[in-house]
Ligand binder design. Sequence first.
Ligand SMILES: [Zn+2]
Length: 492
Amino acid sequence: MKIKYLLFLILVCLMPFSACTLIKNKPADNIKFHLPNNLLEQYRSDLGELQQASVYRIVMTIDLIEDVVRVEGTEEVIYTNQESIPLESIYFRLFPNVGGDYLSVSEIQIDGIPMRPIMEYSNTALRLELEKPLPPGESTTILMHFDEVVPSVMGGNYGLYVYLDDILALDAFFPIIPVYNDEGWNVEEPPQNADMIFTDVAFFSVTVDAPEDLVLVAGGKETRRVVESNRQVVTYKGGPQRDFYLAASPNFVSENITANGVKVTSYFFEEYRSSGERVLEIGADALMVFSERFGPYPYDELDLVSTPMQAGGMEYSNIVVLGIKFYDPASTTGETPGSVFLNAATAHEVGHQWFYGQVMNDQIDEPWMDESLVQYVTYLYYLDTYGEQAADGFKASLDQRWARVNKEPIPIGLPAKDYTPTEYSAIVYGRGALFFDALSDEMDQDNFDAFLREYVETHRWGIVEPRDMKRIAEEACDCNLSQVFYKWGAIN
Ligand SMILES: [Zn+2]
């Protein structure tokens, strides 16, 4: 290197946001190959720090034979050890097996060498013992074949993985690597009534070969489509994402609008058009409110799709799914009309695009960190979209939820398994949201708003612990918040 060039480089490197950042963070070839085209331009510089994120390449077929849906394919994962210690094993979660043995895996190879898996936790976890430990920073390539017959009855976790009423809903349908942290690999018997996905962000390239008449709704962005002999072969690429979700139905129709430069699309049945169009409007409004408050939504597309499920809605990276039963104008949930419920549920699930998609927490051990917060930001959506009266109405609904356990001061910070289903709903979705309201009073609203912006900015694409949240909040208000965190049981 010539001295002149060296001097130039030193000068450039002293400048913030310089070309030097690009030199230091040159993306690895695998990421470059998979350079996602669903990420907004302003977030592309984040890619340099995600060189070690896993890359999933899935090639799969969907077949419908006599009302039974079979999905099979190959999955190749380039996994890099992002920990500070060598790893002796790698786990995959097989979430479809929460409801029964639906997903099986075979022909596993690690760097070309055949490998026998060790099945654990009622076949919901698959352990691969490495021949020699994988040192920090080193990569390995895992190849496998997967095969599943999708259940046609709702079961397992909220009934999110199902083929019912001509809708295929593929929730966490492929083997996916969980988070490794100070607890080791995060594998356990998944709870039946809480969110299960706890993953580092990854990059996905998924090619789906499916009957031509299915309208496919999938994570990432469509990059290629070939239609031939009544089949469609479509490739989706995306990342950084927490997951890859896919829904399909021959009966989906759609409408879309552009909000903040993002193409927002709502998929619904023609008979529920008015609800489908309303969900589109709510989704776009929520996206604009949260983009303004917490930083722009990071992708160029957001899909909102109606599927059968036992829950009200569920979040996935760049996709929101909502219970199709609430699209029926005559539907109710408790005493709430379905249309009122859909408003809150849509805003809630869009809120997860920040608190789940961008900032992830352990949803099994600390479900309040995203669920309670997302309930609170739904209140902010009401405030910014409809004004104080509507927001107070939503806040009253949080109080009513808590009242289902007689407003017992049950700590908000317990793991999902320590709550009964009634407590889980009342505390995590009611009392926990009121904690954030109390926190905003304690900190002053301006400091609280600054805290949430900083929380997303600092931990985007990362994983947070309660102490991270407390620290950023205390920095924002320059005050000690131990008392309020302890009083509500956010930190025990
Ligand atoms: Zn939620």
